[in-house]
Write a new protein. Structure first.
Length: 311
């Protein structure tokens, strides 16, 4: 496969998407130039008619099936590992995205290393999920130190090499999109946001409000610890220490040499928080280095397999 690896592979994760997957694939395969792309559909253990629908496309697509559901992010990881193409493009199977937007992403991908998409405001997002997304967006803006137009649009593209570098840092669930975006934004890769169309999904959503609400909070904490723990802990630490120090100075000026427990507690807590931030920063750097090292090992193995195949 190495010598004939396509320039671009479209990776479509699907879990019980019998109502929408056919229309998405038909639209993708009808695009100009689609014959030069590889289309990989990762069936994440679907229990409806999704496997039968995929079988009807024959050799026009490649289907990889998980024996049991492993998650949205796990499906994308499977797709990334299954190809040797220079670039990968992710597309959801629920019909929210317009496949006709793909050529504009491909065009940008020839100039930028990563291409993200910008959906119309609140498009395809249920009202009950908007507060959580707003809070998560504010956190991502803080960590990236800039305003991010759209933190988790599923339609995106980028160099496979970049996704391989962060593969072990990426979660198996829906937070794959946000985590990979933050990785790129915190690195030195070139990227661009492309406006796209977005429609209500076809079929039943797999999102569970309560469980995924809790996961959103956990994701926010995870992003802080992974991308900028020192900054996340540093500001509260400085504020606590400054508040305790100023309060203690006030007590000294009024009551002379009297130490107040509350002021001392604030200063000690500030010191501890700052130390936690330093420790978290070291752990975060170590995780990124390990992920990059494992990527090099995978690259070496893939190169060896390609040489063996050619030989």
């Amino acid at each position: 496969m190495s010598s004939a690896a396509p320039w671009l592979t479209l990776i479509i994760p699907a879990y019980n998407e019998a109502e929408g997957i056919g229309g998405v694939l038909d639209a993708v395969l009808a695009l100009p130039g689609a014959e030069a792309w590889s289309v990989v559909v990762v069936d994440d253990g679907s229990t409806d008619k999704t496997p039968q629908i995929l079988a009807g496309y024959g050799e026009r697509i490649r289907v990889i099936r998980h024996s049991a559901s492993r998650g949205y992010g796990a499906s994308l990881k499977t797709g990334i590992l299954s190809t040797r193409s220079e670039n990968v493009l992710f597309l959801d199977a629920d019909g929210q995205h317009e496949p006709r937007d793909i050529p504009s992403l491909v065009s940008q991908l020839r100039e930028k290393e990563c291409v993200f998409t910008l959906r119309p405001k609140n498009a395809g997002i249920p009202v009950i999920r908007r507060p959580g997304k707003w809070l998560l967006g504010k956190l991502c803006n803080f960590l990236a130190n800039r305003k991010i137009p759209d933190i988790n649009s599923g339609l995106r593209a980028g160099r496979r090499n970049i996704y391989m570098q962060m593969l072990e840092l990426l979660p198996d669930g829906f937070s794959f999109s946000t985590t990979s975006l933050m990785y790129v934004m915190r690195s030195r890769y070139s990227f661009v946001f492309v406006p796209i169309h977005c429609y209500p999904r076809v079929g039943t959503s797999q999102v569970r409000i309560v469980q995924d609400g809790v996961k959103t909070v956990l994701l926010a904490l995870r992003l802080m610890m992974l991308f900028d723990p020192l900054r996340a802990f540093g500001y509260p630490a400085i504020l606590l220490f400054a508040a305790g120090f100023i309060y203690q100075l006030y007590i000294f000026s009024v009551y002379r040499l009297t130490i107040v427990g509350g002021a001392l507690l604030c200063m000690v807590t500030g010191v501890f928080l700052f130390c936690f931030g330093l420790l978290g920063d070291q752990v975060s750097s170590l995780r990124k280095e390990i992920s990059s090292f494992n990527h090099l090992l995978l690259e070496e193995r893939e190169s060896r397999e390609e040489r063996d195949h050619v030989g």
